[in-house]
Write a protein that binds this ligand. Structure first.
Ligand code: NAD
Length: 499
C-alpha cells in the first residue's frame, strides 16, 4: 500500500453543512451518501435556538452499508497497510486538522455552543491525538513467552476488525481523536455515529481523512438519532468492538445490545468527581483551577470537578473567595467568546434548571450565580454557572450528575471523612486532591475509588497521553494514551513447535 491519495478520495467532498442548499448526507467509503429513507434532522445553534442546517437521519440500512464498506476496506486494504504507512496517513490528517484549524473551530463552536477559545482548544487536542497515535502505530509491540523446549510462543496485537464508535455531543472533535484515531492507528476500520446534536465537525474530519489518503471505507460516518442509527450500530453483528461515551442509561443499553453478539465494549459514562481541598492548600493557585473545572464547557464535561469537599477550617474563606470568582464569570453566545457558552439543547437546559429548582425547593443556599451576557439571545440555552453551598451529602445535587455549570460544596472534618465523602457516590471517574502534605496526597490518591487522580492540579477534558476511564457507574475500559490503543486490539497467541 503506497501513500498516494486514492483517486476517489476527495471527489465530491465539498462541505455539506454551511449555508446548506445541499442535502444532508452520510460519509461512507469516501463518498457522500444520501440517507436511505431520505429523511433529515434539524441542526440548531445552541446560542440562538435556531435551525441553521440539516443532517441525514440514518437508520439500520445506512449503518449496514457503512459496516459492509468498513469490512471490505479492512479485508482488502487496511489490514495490509503496514504501521508505518498507517502512521503517515494519520500524521497527514493531524496536519490537515491544523491547516483547517479556523474553519473546524467555527464549525465546532456553532454546532455545540462552545466559546471560540474552547472550540479552538478542542481542535488542537484533536490534532494532538492524531499526532500521538500516528507516532504510536509502529510501537504496538507484542511479546515472546518462554514455553516448552523447542517451541517459540508469540503474543501479537491484532486489530478487532470493524469498530463502532458512539459519540456524545460535549467534546465531538476531541472524541474523534481519542476514540476514532486510536482505533485507526491500531489497524481497525471504523463506523462512527456522532451525536445528533453535534456531528458537523465529523463530516469535515471525514473529508480531511480522505484528503489525507485514508483508503475508502476505512472511516465511515453515519449521522442520526441514537435510538435509530446508534442502536443499529450497537447490535450489528459485523461490529467487533464498541467505544461508547455518554449517559449510564444509554451505556447500559449499548452494552446489552453488544452482548447479544459477544462484542466487547468500552464505556465512559460520566461522573460526580470530587475536588478535595485541605486547609494547607495554596488557595491562590487552586481557586481558578477549581472554578474552571466546572465552568469549562458549561459543566458538560464527564470529568467536571462538580463536587467541592472543603476542610471545615478553610470552608468559609474558600466559599467566599470562590463566590466572588463565580460572580466574575459571564455566560454568553459562542461567538462572543465568553467564559462559557450555552448548554447543548433545550432538554439539557431543562435538566439543569430542574436540578436548580429542586435546590431552591430544598432551601439549599446559592453562594453565587454568574452573569449572563447582554447579547445572549432569548432563544439560546443559557445557564450561568452556580455555586451551591452546604449541600447535604445525600441530596440529589450532591449525588447525581447534573452535566451543567453547577458546583456543589460541602465541608469535611478530617482526612477520613474526606475519603468517605469522595467515594460515596455511584460514580468513580476523577478526583482532585489539594494539599501540600505529601503523605496525605498519596494516601488519598490510593484511597479514592476511581480512574484518575489529580494532585494540586485538575485536567478536566485534557490529557492525550494519560489513560482515562472509570469504575462503578462511570464505566469500564480505558481510552487515551497507549492503554487506549491497546483497547482497540485483541491478543493472539501463536505457538510454534520447531523441534
Ligand atoms: P446519550 O448517552 O443518550 O447519548 C450519547 C450518544 O449515544 C449519542 O450519540 C446518542 O445518539 C447515542 N444513543 C442514544 N441512545 C442510544 C441507543 N439506544 N443506542 C445506541 N446509541 C444511542 O446522552 P444524551 O441523551 O445526549 O444526554 C443525556 C445525559 O447523558 C446528559 O444529561 C449527561 O448527563 C449524559 N452525558 C454524558 C456524557 C459523558 O461524556 N459522559 C456525554 C453526553 C451526555
Amino acid at each position: 500500500m503506497g501513500f498516494c491519495v486514492p483517486a476517489n478520495a476527495v471527489k465530491n467532498v465539498k462541505s455539506r453543512y454551511r449555508g446548506s442548499n445541499v442535502t444532508a448526507q452520510h460519509f461512507i467509503a469516501n463518498q457522500w451518501s444520501a440517507p436511505s429513507n431520505g429523511e433529515t434532522i434539524a441542526v440548531v445553534n445552541p446560542s440562538t435556538g435556531l435551525e441553521f442546517t440539516r443532517i441525514a437521519r440514518g437508520n439500520a440500512a445506512d449503518i449496514d452499508a457503512a459496516v459492509r464498506a468498513a469490512r471490505k476496506a479492512f479485508d482488502t486494504t487496511w489490514r495490509r497497510t503496514g504501521p508505518v504507512e498507517r502512521g503517515r496517513i494519520l500524521a497527514r490528517l493531524g496536519q490537515l486538522i491544523l491547516d483547517n484549524h479556523e474553519s473546524l473551530t467555527r464549525i465546532e463552536s456553532e454546532d455545540t455552543g462552545k466559546p471560540l477559545k474552547q472550540a479552538a482548544a478542542d481542535i488542537t487536542v484533536c490534532a494532538r491525538y492524531l499526532e500521538f497515535y500516528a507516532g504510536a502505530c509502529d510501537k504496538l509491540h507484542g511479546e515472546t513467552i518462554p514455553f516448552l523446549h523447542g517451541h517459540t510462543v508469540l503474543a501479537v496485537r491484532e486489530p478487532h476488525g470493524v469498530t463502532g464508535h458512539i459519540i456524545p455531543w460535549n467534546y465531538p472533535a476531541a472524541m474523534f481523536g481519542r476514540s476514532v484515531a486510536a482505533s485507526l492507528a491500531a489497524g481497525n476500520a471504523c463506523v462512527v455515529k456522532p451525536a445528533e446534536d453535534a456531528c458537523l465537525s465529523y463530516l469535515k474530519l471525514a473529508e480531511l481523512a480522505a484528503e489525507a489518503g485514508l483508503p475508502a471505507g476505512v472511516l465511515n460516518i453515519v449521522t442520526g438519532y441514537g435510538r435509530e442509527a446508534g442502536a443499529a450500530l450497537a447490535e450489528h453483528p459485523g461490529i467487533a468492538h464498541i467505544s461508547f461515551t455518554g449517559s449510564p442509561a444509554t451505556g447500559t443499553a449499548v452494552a446489552q445490545a453488544a452482548a447479544r453478539h459477544h462484542c466487547p465494549v468500552t464505556l465512559e459514562l460520566g461522573g460526580k468527581s470530587p475536588q478535595i481541598v485541605f486547609d494547607d492548600v495554596d488557595l491562590d493557585a487552586a481557586l481558578p483551577v477549581i472554578r474552571n473545572a466546572i465552568v469549562q464547557n458549561s459543566g458538560q464535561t464527564c470529568s467536571a470537578g462538580s463536587r467541592l469537599l472543603v476542610q471545615s477550617s478553610l470552608y468559609e474563606e474558600l466559599i467566599e473567595r470562590l463566590a466572588r470568582s463565580f460572580e466574575a464569570v459571564t455566560a454568553g453566545p459562542a461567538d462572543g467568546d465568553y467564559d462559557c457558552g450555552p448548554l447543548i439543547n433545550a432538554a439539557q437546559l431543562d435538566r439543569v434548571k430542574t436540578f436548580l429548582a429542586r435546590a431552591e425547593a430544598d432551601n439549599i443556599r446559592f453562594a453565587a450565580t454568574a452573569k449572563l451576557a447582554p447579547d445572549a439571545a432569548q432563544g439560546g440555552y443559557f445557564q450561568p454557572p452556580v455555586l451551591l453551598r452546604d449541600v447535604p451529602h445525600k441530596h440529589t445535587l450532591a449525588q447525581d450528575e447534573v452535566f451543567g455549570p453547577v458546583l456543589v460544596a460541602m465541608p469535611f472534618a478530617d482526612e477520613a471523612e474526606a475519603v468517605d465523602l469522595a467515594n460515596d457516590t455511584a460514580f468513580g471517574l476523577v478526583a482532585g486532591i489539594w494539599t501540600r502534605d505529601g503523605g496525605r496526597q498519596m494516601r488519598l490518591a490510593h484511597a479514592f475509588h476511581g480512574g484518575q487522580v489529580f494532585i494540586n492540579c485538575y485536567g478536566a477534558g485534557g490529557g492525550i497521553e494519560l489513560p482515562f476511564g472509570g469504575v462503578k457507574q462511570s464505566g469500564y475500559g480505558r481510552e487515551k494514551g497507549m492503554e487506549g490503543l491497546l483497547s482497540f486490539t485483541t491478543l493472539k497467541t501463536i505457538t510454534l513447535n520447531h523441534g
